[in-house]
Design a protein around this ligand. Structure first.
Ligand code: AMP
Length: 550
């Protein structure tokens, strides 16, 4: 919201504010009959249209007014991907309140901390979260009422929660006669807390303007490439950075939307993909691992699935290859973060790449990609000086743009920008064409003899081994080199491989001194609330690990 000089000659176009409500209005008026299908927490499949969604969002907006929710008030949700959650996205933000999505995978104490920090006025939750809500409700100081997202017949006969309301009762009692209010587009629209692996989580507070701009940009062909011909199934949860903006960018295009509810296992996802003829999806690598395992073990093929966006953590090249070669599904590798709404880059080729041999094209596609219009990037050294875009020099990645955070909610953490740029905490290279590749999260980099080793490269190689299901590489103490890489591996069910075989697998693929010193086999890797491997937990687990003498 900078103060910029005004030209003596101003443009003469309408200056309607960019508001989230305009997206659902558009979807209703121009694609109103298109479907929204949800696998419900109740277990059945629910289907209705954008027109129905808009009507119920208006009813819910009236209901919120009746509950006394005012502009700027925070209203929380604790819910899976589903149509009622979508209605709330529009009812809450559209009426001028702030939609605060909370991750139900967090510990009850963390949820209470976040709800208190946000000063949530109401909290909406899916019916299967009743025990969770009962566990923390007494600690929430500002919440006036809890709304269970179900019909009357699913409400509990009694509950520890004092003011427990029923979602469908609120809808039924409210008229759909509601005009979305017009207000300043810089008003806050939604709030999402970072996963906060260290310290307390901090809130990224999006605005209507940032959300609408992000929706336009993220739907473009070289980003998520969503169109009205698609059937989109967001696997990424609506409680994790607004499901990467899909609840906005999909209605903006009018595409059919399919919500998986809580059933994110490979079998349930595959069934829904086939039943609803899904063409496009988006999620973190750990979810796709489950789907690919199910499809592989049962010799299945996809009949409609064409494209998926994978991000949130690095997509292993072996996963891209499996999708493309075995299932004819194109993978678009993307990168972003909560503080970036989240989309920063996506990886698609340019015309001049199309004559390159396939392996060179593949090497580009494995990167996190080029900035989408609106985002600018640079890499800098520890001295803050900009580093060259040669595809080799790595440095701290900084970003700026209209949907990138300028400060955290309630100014937690103080001034976070570095001369107008947001430091992402990622370490990356940028090549001469502007394609960025993450080598690591700065705190995950392995520091060996004063040099950095990127753990992502080491993991990607291990995951290309046929016996490896998942791999994580961490630095462990070494008396001479400070740190050396330890590869932590989960084997595929029934597969066998030795340490020595895995270490030999690196031969010729990477500089010799980058090769992990040792391999530890584990049954599972710790996964966090947003589906990412928790490196800090693994480091904790192996903090006293003794590497073999070399
Ligand atoms: P979050 O705010 O929870 O979405 O986490 C953002 C962080 O996830 C980024 O700063 C990166 O460290 C990581 N991340 C997201 N996408 C990718 C990707 N495609 N490759 C590697 N790391 C990623």
């Amino acid at each position: 919201m900078g103060n910029y000089p005004k030209s003596p000659v101003m443009g003469q176009m309408m200056s309607e504010p960019l508001l989230i409500s305009s997206i659902i209005e558009h979807a209703d008026r121009y694609c109103g009959a298109n479907e929204i299908v949800s696998r419900r927490v109740e277990g059945d499949i629910h289907r209705y249209t954008y027109r129905d969604c808009h009507k119920r969002a208006r009813q819910m907006a009236n209901a919120l007014g009746g509950l006394g929710v005012k502009m700027g008030d925070r209203v929380a949700t604790l819910a899976w991907n589903g149509y009622r959650h979508l209605e709330l996205y529009y009812a809450i933000s559209g009426s001028g309140a702030v939609m605060h999505t909370i991750n139900p995978r967090l510990h009850p104490e963390q949820i209470a901390y976040i709800a208190n920090h946000a000063e949530d006025q109401y909290l909406f939750f899916d019916l299967n979260f009743l025990p969770l809500v009962e566990a923390f409700a007494a600690h929430c100081k500002t919440v006036k009422g809890y709304v269970m997202m179900c019909a009357r017949d699913r409400m509990p006969a009694e509950s520890k929660i004092a003011n427990l309301l029923c979602y469908e009762d609120l809808i039924e009692a409210s008229s759909d006669n509601y005009e979305w209010p017009l207000f300043d587009e810089n008003s806050a629209s939604s709030l999402c807390y970072t996963s906060g692996t260290t310290g307390n989580p901090k809130g990224a507070l999006y605005s209507h303007r940032s959300t609408v701009l992000h929706s336009y940009a993220s739907a473009m062909p070289d980003a998520l490439n969503v169109s009205a011909r698609d059937v989109v199934l967001p696997v990424v949860p609506m409680f994790h950075v607004n499901a990467w903006g899909l609840p906005y960018s999909v209605p903006l295009t009018g595409a059919k939307m399919v919500f998986p509810g809580p059933a994110l296992d490979g079998k349930s996802l595959f069934e829904l993909f086939e039943q609803e003829q899904v063409t496009f999806s988006a999620g973190v690598p750990t979810v796709w691992l489950g789907l690919l395992t199910h499809v592989g073990q049962n010799n299945l093929t996809f009949s409609s699935f064409k494209r998926t966006v994978i991000g949130g953590s690095a997509c292993p090249p072996a996963m891209m290859k499996a999708f493309r070669e075995q299932y004819d599904v194109e993978v678009v590798h993307a990168w972003g973060m909560t503080e970036m709404s989240p989309l920063g880059t996506a990886c698609t080729l340019q015309a001049h790449h199309l004559t390159l041999p396939p392996e060179k094209q593949q090497a580009i596609l494995e990167k996190q990609g080029h900035a989408i219009f609106g985002v600018d990037m640079k890499i800098v050294g520890d001295d803050g000086k900009e580093l060259p875009w040669d595809g080799k020099t790595y440095g701290n990645l900084l970003v700026k743009g209209p949907w990138i955070i300028s400060s955290y909610f309630k100014n937690e953490g103080g001034d976070v920008l570095e001369e107008g740029w947001f430091p992402t905490g990622d370490v990356a290279t940028i090549d001469p064409d502007g394609y960025m590749q993450i080598t690591d999260r700065s705190k995950d980099v392995i520091k060996s003899g004063g040099e950095w080793i990127g753990s992502i490269d080491l993991e990607n190689i291990a995951m290309a081994h046929p016996a490896v299901q998942q791999a994580a590489c961490i630095g462990v103490f070494h008396p001479k080199w400070d740190e050396r890489p330890l590869l932590v591996v989960v084997k595929k069910p029934g597969a066998e491989v030795t340490k020595e075989e895995l270490i030999r697998f690196y031969d010729g693929k990477i500089a010799k001194w980058w090769t992990p010193d040792d391999v530890a086999f584990v049954d599972a890797l710790p996964i966090g609330a947003t589906g990412k491997v928790l490196k800090n937990r693994i480091r904790e687990q192996f903090k006293d690990y003794k590497l073999p003498a070399t």
